[in-house]
Design a protein around this ligand. Structure first.
Ligand SMILES: Cc1cc2nc3c(=O)[nH]c(=O)nc-3n(C[C@H](O)[C@H](O)[C@H](O)COP(=O)(O)OP(=O)(O)OC[C@H]3O[C@@H](n4cnc5c(N)ncnc54)[C@H](O)[C@@H]3O)c2cc1C
Length: 380
């Protein structure tokens, strides 16, 4: 494995760290505003901090997936929710760059990397997210294109200019006969409704309902009926990125907690001098370091063109759980002040919790790991 950071990569990390510093003071206000300022996205895009791994001809920087991961962690230190702009940008940018009609890719991918727009991704439905290979949404051919009917659940439902969706186009067993499409969200028959989430409020998550929504043939992504198998591979990338997103939020909380506990006095000494306070933080430091290495290794495997589905699933269940546990411990180490909404810790706890569910739950990730280790008939 080679995680060596060259000057170019360091430049992106430094730029992301600088943006993170700018983001941090507005983290709680963004939750109240219920939106990420589009100018902020453009500021990130101008510095190559959204989907930097996209080829230059589509508006990216041709960087490694590992660079995208390191940017994600830095940005998420300042605001984990702004981290979604990079994670969803990398996930969808890559899906479009690989599978979209060249005209569609040329229109939408540069909008993502520049921060001009967001393209969401709707795989889950109100009727189910885990069984993603069995959607209720349908698409049928009509008038030189496709007509979509169904409802999808997605991050950025309220703010995206377009979304990728998965719909059944042919009869078939689970995962077969599903096609992926890009749908512009200003088309007829599209209705959006926000969900009253306990966290990640500025990400504008919600349900998008499509009623007889027509899209042209060129909006089909990949081959008809093969959308699930082909396009779903993109999730191996986002799972490692989400791992680094939550690690960013947990690491900054841990750094703040070392600082706080070394200043806070009890029994005439700093509370960090009590093993009961310091050792859980030392354990947290160890766990975050291990989780970071797992995520970076997964991205390194991706960059090397090697299989990484199993490792990506490990990142997706373990990093959000670890980050949640670490932030919970840090909140307790702050005593009553950790419980105040004036401190960012409780918000980070709520925001990280969402990513134990989003992009697939721990149970589904453990199914993937099991099925990579034993034959299908011996796995859950
Ligand atoms: C913050 C956040 C962001 C999200 N962003 C997006 C997005 O951008 N795009 C998108 O498409 N979706 C998104 N989602 C939806 C998310 O992907 C789904 O909620 C998730 O996949 C789980 O689906 P579900 O809620 O329908 O739960 P269900 O599928 O109904 O599952 C309910 C429970 O049963 C368990 N379960 C189900 N099947 C099995 C099984 N075979 N074995 C063991 N346990 C099982 C699950 O783990 C879960 O605990 C987001 C969700 C959140 C919270």
């Amino acid at each position: 494995m080679d995680f060596d950071i060259d000057d170019r990569m360091q430049g992106f990390i430094d730029a992301a760290a600088a943006v993170s510093e700018e983001l941090a003071p507005g983290y709680q206000q963004r939750e109240k505003d219920l939106v990420i300022d589009p100018e902020l996205r453009k500021h990130m895009g101008a510095q190559g901090l959204i989907a930097p791994e996209i080829p230059e001809e589509l508006g990216g920087r041709g960087e490694r997936a590992l660079t995208a991961g390191m940017i994600t962690e830095q940005i998420s230190r300042g605001d984990i929710n702004v981290g979604y702009v990079q994670v969803v940008g990398s996930l969808v940018g890559q899906i479009l760059a690989r599978n979209a009609h060249p005209e569609v890719a040329k229109t939408w991918v540069p909008r993502i990397t520049s921060g001009e727009d967001i393209v969401a991704i709707g795989l889950s439905e109100p009727t189910g997210g885990s069984d993603a290979g069995n959607p209720d949404m349908t698409a049928v051919r009509r008038d030189g294109g496709w007509v979509l009917n169904g409802t999808k659940s997605m991050s950025f439902a309220l703010h995206a200019g377009a979304t990728v969706v998965f719909a059944r186009t042919e009869e078939g067993r689970r995962g077969r006969g599903i096609s992926a499409f890009l749908v512009e969200l200003d088309r007829d028959g599209v209705e959006r409704q926000g969900t009253p989430d306990m966290g990640t409020k500025c990400v504008g998550r919600g349900f998008v309902e499509f009623t007889d929504t027509w899209i042209p043939e060129q909006n089909l992504l990949g081959a008809a009926g093969k959308g699930f198998t082909e396009v779903m591979q993109g999730f191996d990338f986002s799972r490692a990125l989400i791992g680094l997103q939550v690690i960013g939020a947990a690491q900054v909380t841990l750094d703040e907690t070392w600082e706080y506990t070394s200043q806070r006095m009890a029994f005439d000494q700093p509370v960090s001098s009590f093993q009961g306070v310091a050792f859980p933080l030392a354990e947290a430091d160890t766990l975050l370091t291990a989780a970071r290495v797992l995520c970076q290794k997964t991205l390194w495997l991706k960059d090397a063109g090697r299989a990484h589905t199993k490792e990506a699933a490990m990142c997706k269940w373990w990093a959000p759980k670890t980050a949640y546990d670490v932030i919970n411990q840090c909140l307790l180490s702050h005593g009553q002040f950790g419980y105040l909404t004036t401190f960012p810790i409780e918000q980070r706890l709520r925001d990280v919790l969402g990513l134990q569910i989003g992009d697939g739950t721990a149970q589904i990730m453990k199914l993937i790991i099991s099925r990579n280790n034993v034959a299908r008939e011996f796995a859950p």
